[in-house]
Design a protein around this ligand. Sequence first.
Ligand SMILES: CCCCCCCC/C=C\CCCCCCCCCCCC(=O)SCCNC(=O)CCNC(=O)[C@H](O)C(C)(C)COP(=O)(O)OP(=O)(O)OC[C@H]1O[C@@H](n2cnc3c(N)ncnc32)[C@H](O)[C@@H]1OP(=O)(O)O
Ligand SMILES: Cc1cc2nc3c(=O)[nH]c(=O)nc-3n(C[C@H](O)[C@H](O)[C@H](O)COP(=O)(O)OP(=O)(O)OC[C@H]3O[C@@H](n4cnc5c(N)ncnc54)[C@H](O)[C@@H]3O)c2cc1C
Length: 669
Amino acid sequence: MAAVDGGEVDHLAGERATAHFDVDAMKVAWAGSRHAVEVNDRMARLVASDPVFRKDTRTMLSRKELFKDTLKKAAHAWKRIVELRLTEEEANLLRLYVDQPGYVDLHWGMFVPAIKGQGTEEQQKKWVPMAYKFQIIGCYAQTELGHGSNVQGLETTATFDPNTDEFVVHSPTLTSSKWWPGGLGKASTHAVVYARLITQGKDYGIHGFIVQLRSLDDHSPLPGITLGDIGGKFGSGAYNSMDNGVLRFDHVRIPRDQMLMRLSQVTREGKYVHSDVPKQLLYGTMVYVRQTIVADASKALSRAVCIAVRYSAIRKQFGSQAGGPETQVLNYKTQQSRLFPLLASAYAYRFVGEWLKWLYTDVMQKLEAKDYSTLPEAHACTAGLKSVTTSATADAIEECRKLCGGHGYLNSSGLPELFAVYVPACTYEGDNVVLLLQVARFLMKTVSQLASGKQPVGTTAYMGNIQYLMQCKSAVNTAGDWLNPAAIKEVFEARALRMAVNCAQNISKAPSQEEGFSELSPDLLESAVAHVQLIIVTKFFEKLQQDIIGHGVKEQLQNLCNIYALFLLHKHLGDFLSTGCITPKQGALANEQLGRLYAQVRPNAVALVDAFDYTDHYLSSVLGRYDGDVYPALYAEAWKDPLNETVIPDGYQEHLRPLLKQQLKFSRL
Ligand SMILES: CCCCCCCC/C=C\CCCCCCCCCCCC(=O)SCCNC(=O)CCNC(=O)[C@H](O)C(C)(C)COP(=O)(O)OP(=O)(O)OC[C@H]1O[C@@H](n2cnc3c(N)ncnc32)[C@H](O)[C@@H]1OP(=O)(O)O
Ligand SMILES: Cc1cc2nc3c(=O)[nH]c(=O)nc-3n(C[C@H](O)[C@H](O)[C@H](O)COP(=O)(O)OP(=O)(O)OC[C@H]3O[C@@H](n4cnc5c(N)ncnc54)[C@H](O)[C@@H]3O)c2cc1C
């Protein structure tokens, strides 16, 4: 089963023939199961074969055309989902392969989960079926013009009026205008709005409310509501398909039962009652979405890497003195040392994403049983992994563009749009720095509890081994010793723990914990990154302990895992040296081993990206075509540009001709 929807000739056949492993079995390892490969493949082909889902001219559309095209695709996708009676799994994949950000992402991704997570059973019974049938369209309206990261600082108010049994939702200032919610600008009929709950004269902080925004008859804004789109965003095409919006309330009344009341309630009399649950559950939708964003990171990264690997195998430069063929750029060691760590990262993020999904499900089950003990761990893992994987992926997409040379800068390479769509992931659903500081807080708390003898669990369990990890010295003697998982794990654990302990010690010297935390925050960020990287490396090793079937698959994954870990070690050598975890000589040996691993990946590189099983439609890149027939495609693509619709450009008569025909007026000339 090959993801070909390109031409007849396979220019990459030679590359595919050198692979040392079973690509179909690797597809299963990547997708998670044979079933997952099958359903992904079926949905990807369904989308690729449907002309409504074409996206090759997307970057040439005006904002209005692009938005209308998004509405058309969303409606058509829904029609196909209903006609074909797709399951939820199939429907999610269909949306993924349509590959155009739009209001449906927020409807399914945040509005519905917010009601399910924070609504009472009664509220769920009322609202969820309407949302599932698209009788209403919802968005998630939390961020304001003046406040995004600081959720507790939001200004919108929802004041209870006991006379009418209603809440009055109001935007008291310009900065309290809701600003950014996706789907809000033009599509949504409803929103989950986060506002300060005020009752009996007291402010009880941020709570969620379901508010209708537009008429279900003619889509016009309801009285007291001002709505619009916040304007064009970075890049052509890209996230401009999304109607991120602005929303102001002028004393808008909603029934009391539209406050999401699972966590806390307001009685008919206006009494505030908080259930016996942690108030952080209010942030549950964000935890859910952060977890999905980690899975999305491996998708975006693997797409970029697939394009760069295939094109690097086709592209030739230099190398022949005697008129023979030039060298494939993929053979240059520099190209390999920039590209193969990204290939390894795509696999690493895929597996850690799979694990995070498991963790999230596990935590949810515990919450149902009123066990809240794993909530801090879930928050730290989702926040940390969201931050590290999205930052690295955004950088990696840009690196892949550079790896494709000049052609990578063309829209037809697919990379500029992928980058523009992807970079906001570093900001939305929690700015990456703000989220890493949350991880750092969690780490500092864990370190401080070590002294009291409390044994850390889960992803911080390694910290319990403090006596050993604070003084151990790596035993690596040869480059080959770095292939031992225990050697790698030990230095990653020691680095993460020593950085955290150093921070904790320095904070304790400050006049107050708060001041120390603030002063040390740049170091705390690095400490959080070290901890998160340890999680990713550990989860990759754990994946290798599982039953992995297929000729050569495990060996390839072992190579990629070692590349991922040793690349990080090389990149953050300063951390490992300054904390005394390794010597400079051991650092050099790690680098030597990396070079050997790159050589082993080289003959397998194209097959390793084939295992992602992406159709040409999904990749939407002339450089990443499955058949490698890059040059005719690039050439043909250029002629499709609107500028080439006429031989003589618009504007020639007004601006070029007069210039070219002007009389020389300057005496000097
Ligand atoms: C048939 C069906 C077919 C369907 C087909 C389609 C299906 C589609 C499905 C899925 C699609 C998914 C698509 C997703 C698309 C994504 C698009 C982009 C969306 C972007 C949306 C947004 O951006 S929404 C806005 C996000 N905003 C933020 O993230 C704000 C960030 N800020 C915060 O989270 C908080 O303010 C803060 C954590 C930074 C600080 O909070 P606070 O001031 O309250 O806390 P403290 O720092 O004082 O901490 C107190 C205490 O609480 C702990 N804590 C904090 N957060 C959490 C948490 N989330 N969970 C648990 N605990 C938390 C913190 O650690 C502290 O604990 P202590 O023990 O007291 O130390
Ligand atoms: C494409 C896109 C889609 C979005 N969709 C939605 C949506 O559907 N619904 C919704 O409600 N919101 C949405 N948002 C808003 C998004 O969640 C916020 O922009 C995000 O949480 C960051 O908050 P901010 O804009 O307030 O950044 P700020 O917090 O103002 O960040 C500015 C800078 O300050 C730094 N900073 C802030 N606080 C600290 C601190 N304590 N310590 C150190 N540095 C700090 C940050 O690192 C950053 O460098 C979206 C945003 C984007 C870009």
